[in-house]
Design a protein around this ligand. Structure first.
Ligand SMILES: C=CC1=C(C)c2cc3[nH]c(cc4nc(cc5[nH]c(cc1n2)c(C)c5CCC(=O)O)C(CCC(=O)O)=C4C)c(C)c3C=C
Ligand code: FE2
Ligand code: FE2
Length: 344
């Protein structure tokens, strides 16, 4: 039976439709480096149960009693060192916005597609961007968590947040979530070329290349998170493509948080040990980060470099993330076009 359009009340809202949205989502970032902005950001981040899986009964007294009183100042100072002063924002935000604008240009042949970006924590929120895409007529949305390797703490929490928004909508858009692309050949090639191009600008060659990924607690891995295995595979494919061996290439894990055991080997301890063992020249790449951010620019390019030199190392270089460069955009475009199949 077809609906009788004459039954439509005069005040029934006119709803646009027929378009497809592509929503790029990265982790998030504080709006400023001041205490209040940092605290707001960390509170949203660290109350996410996909990130901290401890029961709130155990975690909240520590979070609200200690962490949120001390960490905002400490991390705010670190953010200040890597703040994009020209735009007054973090680089993660700058790169994510640029990726969205560049993606829109690259998809110009698809007239019905609109591209936008959001952050899991902070602004612009996933809910606000889904709302806008829907208002603009998108009844289908490709949701792209910008993580090459799947982790519940990153990919799943982006998906959760999007579906949570859909819970409140009468006319939901169809939602497609983008899977990981940890072994995609365009991605591996882009990483390899970024290493080769960067090393060609130096007048020295590294004795060791570290591929440093963000860590997760070991318990998350034991419960079935595929993240560790995907990082290992990305690392192996990159090593093979670069023609390196296990003597001069290592996968390590950084950014430990809290007292638990995290994935090992730890990047900071490895950097110290390599220097103490007499390795003089190292390079570090962060294949799991689509864009440079606090964890790459401060923790690796600043802190790890400092610790390498303190312990007797001589040359340290950080290879930038793919960011909004041509090769990185090619990877993101390939994944998006693959996921748009059947819809365009
Ligand atoms: C238990 C805590 C954390 C888990 C698990 C975790 C996993 C995880 N994180 C990223 C990527 C990023 N993390 C970033 C910052 C950051 N991460 C944590 C904690 C966990 N992350 C904290 C508390 C912070 C904030 C800074 C700090 O207080 O140390 C960022 C940088 C954001 C920026 O604005 O620059 C990224 C990116 C991945 C990929 C991951 C698991 C796979
Ligand atoms: Fe993190
Ligand atoms: Fe960190």
């Amino acid at each position: 039976m077809t609906a009788d359009i004459s039954l439509r009340p005069a005040d029934h809202p006119a709803i646009k439709s027929g378009k497809i949205g592509v929503l790029l989502v990265n982790l998030g970032t504080p709006d400023g480096t001041d205490y209040t902005s940092m605290r707001r950001y960390l509170k949203e981040f660290l109350t996410d149960r996909r990130v901290i899986e401890w029961s709130p009964w155990k975690w909240y007294p520590i979070l609200f009693g200690i962490v949120l009183n001390t960490r905002p100042q400490k991390v705010g100072k670190a953010y200040e060192l890597i703040w994009n002063k020209e735009k007054n924002e973090s680089y993660l935000r700058t790169y994510t916005r640029n990726q969205s604008e560049l993606m829109a240009k690259r998809l110009h042949d698809l007239a019905n597609v609109k591209v936008d970006w959001a952050m899991r924590y902070g602004t612009p929120s996933i809910a606000s961007r889904i709302e806008t895409l829907k208002e603009e007529g998108c009844d289908r949305i490709v949701l792209f968590p910008l993580y090459p390797q799947y982790a519940a703490a990153t990919t799943a929490t982006v998906n959760d947040k999007a579906f949570q928004k859909l819970l409140s909508m009468r006319w939901q858009p169809a939602l497609r979530t983008v899977p990981d692309y940890h072994d995609d050949e365009t991605y591996i090639e882009a990483l390899a070329q970024s290493v080769e191009r960067h090393l060609a600008t130096l007048d020295w060659k590294p004795d060791m290349l570290l591929a440093s990924f963000h860590g997760i607690p070991m318990s998350y891995f034991k419960q079935g998170d595929p993240y560790y295995c995907q990082c290992q595979k990305t690392g192996r494919l990159l090593r093979e493509r670069l023609g390196l061996t296990q003597e001069n290439f290592m996968v390590t894990f950084q950014s430990r948080f809290g007292p638990e055991e995290w994935l090992q080997p730890y990047t900071d301890k490895t950097v110290e040990k390599l220097a103490s063992d007499g390795v003089k020249r190292i390079a570090v790449i962060n294949p799991g980060f689509v864009s440079d951010c606090l964890e790459t620019l401060e923790e690796i390019a600043e802190q790890a470099a400092h610790s390498f030199h303190e312990n007797g190392g001589e040359k340290f270089t950080h290879i930038p993330c793919l960011n909004d460069g041509e090769d990185g955009m090619k990877v993101l475009e390939k994944v998006v076009r693959r996921e748009l199949q059947g819809w365009v």
